[in-house]
Ligand binder design. Structure first.
Ligand SMILES: [Zn+2]
Ligand SMILES: [Zn+2]
Length: 369
């Protein structure tokens, strides 16, 4: 019967698109263009993958850098978002770590080579394999040609090894920024050995800085905030800082010179480094976690007290889980303002004016409606 095979063929053809999930998202259609509604396809989870229904996605300053193509490696249309918290909708048959219903997170990367020395050390963010880590958005999928799309969407499919668990008790929206802002500041505090009683100065009180203050305080450090905005003094105190140093006040800075074990510089706008370096004691370390435009560096403040200037970028999967568990025990979350996706362009404008205390988080229910 000729009709049967043809119907079967047609069914096979129809079945193809069902392997991909039509998913609403918001994207920047081109560099510097405002974000607008966009439709993407997510794959059905493979044996080692989970399909996650996204609940919340934090809005990171990197999203703005990328949408404006300031790092000149943007892939458009671009769906930003790498502070993702959601619920596992479906797990592949070989998945062992997660099950449907688990509250999980996805941060800045969704894959890496898994073979280089960095990956084997659990520092996948520094992957030395071809192309480095596969970023959650703006990358090309490993072994494929499809672009990766981030969390300004209603679901995402990720390998189980690149997913972390959100501890019970942490509110999902306020936990989302921990996936980037949290790990970006937790990792250097741990790596450079902050101990109870150490003096830590956090430069810049924004999305990264406000989480850094809470984390350093929870580790038992004595925290100071260095900020250009005297208006943030009360917030610094509320977040757990003992001291507030006005970055523009030379006398204030002078009194603080040589007092700090670690300076965590979270500023992403161009600035000079000697102000922060002068705060360090002998053998102290200043760590950069922002990515500002180049600025001159003077040798004198470094050699004067054998100070060190270092950098740090997010953290590996194992350390991200450790950070989340620490935040679960200590009750650390971000201070967030929850917005519907429809307000994202306005939120970017407000972030550029530092008009957010301290992180926007998108409620993806606004995209499902
Ligand atoms: Zn980020
Ligand atoms: Zn690697």
């Amino acid at each position: 019967m000729p009709t049967t095979p043809s119907r079967r063929t047609r069914r096979t053809q129809l079945a193809e698109p069902e392997q991909e999930l039509t998913t609403p998202a918001w994207a920047a259609p081109a560099s510097r263009a405002p974000l607008a509604p966009f439709t993407i396809r997510r794959r059905q989870p493979g044996p080692h993958e989970v399909l996650i229904d996204i609940l919340y996605c934090g809005v990171c300053h990197t999203d703005i850098h990328q949408v404006r193509d300031e790092w000149r490696r943007g892939v458009f249309p671009m769906v930003p978002g790498h502070e993702i918290v959601g619920r596992v909708a479906r797990a592949g048959e070989a998945v062992t770590r997660w099950k449907a219903g688990d509250t999980v997170g996805v941060g800045c990367f969704v894959d890496s080579c898994r073979e280089c020395t960095a990956c084997r050390a659990g520092e996948e963010q520094y992957c030395e394999g071809e192309g480095g880590p596969t970023w959650t958005y703006g990358s090309t999928e490993r072994g494929g040609t499809a672009p990766t799309y981030g969390g300004y969407s209603t679901r995402i499919t990720v390998d189980e090894a690149y997913v972390v668990g959100i501890p019970k008790g942490l509110p999902a929206a306020a936990a989302a920024p921990l996936l980037c802002a949290g790990i970006t500041t937790y990792s250097p505090l741990r790596h450079f050995g902050v101990q109870k009683g150490d003096r830590v100065a956090v430069v810049g009180l924004g999305g990264l800085g406000h989480v850094a203050v809470k984390l350093a305080r929870a580790m038992g450090a004595r925290v100071a905030v260095v900020s250009h905005s005297p208006a943030k003094r009360d917030d610094a105190t509320r977040l757990g800082a003992e001291e507030f140093i006005t970055a523009r006040n030379a006398a204030d800075l002078g009194r603080q010179a040589g007092r700090f074990d670690l300076v965590l510089d979270t500023v992403s706008a161009r600035h000079e480094y000697d102000t922060g370096l002068e705060l360090l004691r002998r053998d102290g370390t200043m760590v950069l976690v922002g990515l500002p435009e180049p600025a001159p560096l003077e040798a004198r403040p470094l050699i004067a007290r054998r100070r060190r200037l270092a950098g740090s970028m997010i953290g590996g999967i194992r350390e991200t889980q450790e950070m989340l568990d620490f935040c679960g025990r200590e009750g650390v979350t971000a201070d967030v303002e929850i917005i519907p996706i429809q307000q994202i362009n306005e939120a970017y404008e407000r972030m550029l004016r530092s008009d957010v205390r301290y992180r926007f988080v998108i409620d993806l229910a606004s995209l499902k409606a």
